[in-house]
Design a protein around this ligand. Structure first.
Ligand SMILES: [Zn+2]
Length: 266
C-alpha cells in the first residue's frame, strides 16, 4: 500500500483509540492530503499493476505441443530393449516440455518419432527426418547417457528449414540450443566441463555455446532461446538478433563479457 500522510494519520488515530487516549484527540479531523499530482510518482506507483516491468525476468513458455507417437526399432540389437523403453518413456515425458522452452507456438508436431538402435554407426546418435538413431555400442559403454536422447529430441523439434536469403542457420547455434536444453534444463546438476578461456569461442558449439546462451539468458534476456529458435524456424536468423535481444551487445562483446566471468583456464 502506498505511504501517505493520510494513511499515517488514520493509522495513528486507530492506534490512539486502541490505547485509550482521550477521544477528543482521536476524532480530530485528519490533515487534508496534499494535492495528488496529475501523474503518479514512481514511489507511489504500484509495481504489481505493470506486468511489463517483469517481462525481462520471466522465463517465457510456449504452449506444450502434443507428443507424437514414439516407436522403437531394436531389430539390430534386441538386448537393448530395456534401455530403449526407458528412452522412449523419457522422450514422451520431455517432448512437450521442450516445445514449451522453444518458440514453437506455430509448429505442427510430427505424427511419429522413431527411436532406432543401430550397431556400428559413427556418432553416438543423430537425428534425421525427425527420427533418432542411437549407436548400440555407445549406450552399452554409457548406459547413463539419457541426456543424449534429450539433445537429439531437441533436434527433432528444431528441424529448421534452409535459411532465407540474407539470413543464416549456424551449426554452432543449432547445437548450442540443443545442449542448452540438455545441460541447463534437463540435467543442470551435472558438473560443467570447464571452458578454456583463452581458446574457446561461442562458435565451439555444444556445451560451450550452451553455457554462453545460459549466461546471456540469465543476464540479458529470459526469452533468448525461444526467440533464437523462432527466428531459425522462420529462416530469418542473423547475428544481428543478439544485439536486438540484449540491448545492443554484439556476439563478440557478449562473449568477451561472458569469458571475464569465468576463472582463467588454459
Ligand atoms: Zn546435436
Amino acid at each position: 500500500m502506498p505511504f501517505s500522510l493520510r494513511s499515517l494519520n488514520n493509522y495513528l488515530c486507530l492506534a490512539l483509540l486502541a490505547t485509550g487516549v482521550p477521544s477528543a484527540m482521536a476524532v480530530e479531523p485528519p490533515t487534508p492530503p496534499p494535492q495528488t499530482p496529475a501523474t503518479k510518482s514512481v514511489d507511489e506507483k504500484n509495481p504489481f499493476q505493470d506486468p511489463d516491468l517483469y517481462v525481462r525476468n520471466l522465463y517465457p513458455l510456449s504452449k506444450p505441443l502434443r507428443t507424437p507417437k514414439i516407436t522403437l526399432d531394436v531389430s539390430d540389437a534386441p538386448e537393448v530393449r530395456p534401455w530403449a523403453l526407458a528412452a522412449q518413456k523419457l522422450a514422451a515425458q520431455w517432448y512437450g516440455h521442450i516445445t514449451q522452452i522453444m518458440g514453437t507456438d506455430n509448429l505442427k508436431p510430427q505424427k511419429e518419432i522413431k527411436l532406432i538402435f543401430k550397431k556400428g554407426i559413427g556418432p553416438p546418435a543423430y537425428m534425421s527426418d525427425g527420427n533418432i538413431t542411437i549407436k548400440v555400442e555407445w549406450i552399452k559403454e554409457h548406459p547413463e547417457d539419457f541426456g543424449m536422447v534429450i539433445h537429439e529430441l531437441v533436434h527433432v523439434v528444431q528441424s529448421y528449414p534452409r535459411a532465407r536469403p540474407g539470413a543464416s542457420k549456424p551449426g554452432w547455434l543449432v547445437e548450442g540450443i540443443a545442449d542448452y536444453i540438455r545441460w541447463w534444463r534437463y540435467e543442470p546438476e551435472v558438473p560443467r566441463t570447464p571452458i578454456n578461456t583463452e581458446r574457446a569461442s561461442y562458435r565451439d558449439s555444444y556445451r560451450t555455446t550452451a553455457w554462453f546462451l545460459a549466461w546471456i539468458t540469465g543476464k540479458y534476456n529470459r526469452s533468448l532461446t525461444s526467440q533464437l529458435d523462432r527466428a531459425l524456424r522462420e529462416g530469418t536468423y542473423t547475428d544481428e538478433l543478439f544485439p536486438k535481444l540484449t540491448g545492443g551487445k554484439t556476439l563478440d562483446a557478449l562473449w568477451t563479457e561472458f569469458i571475464a566471468t569465468l576463472p582463467p583456464r588454459r
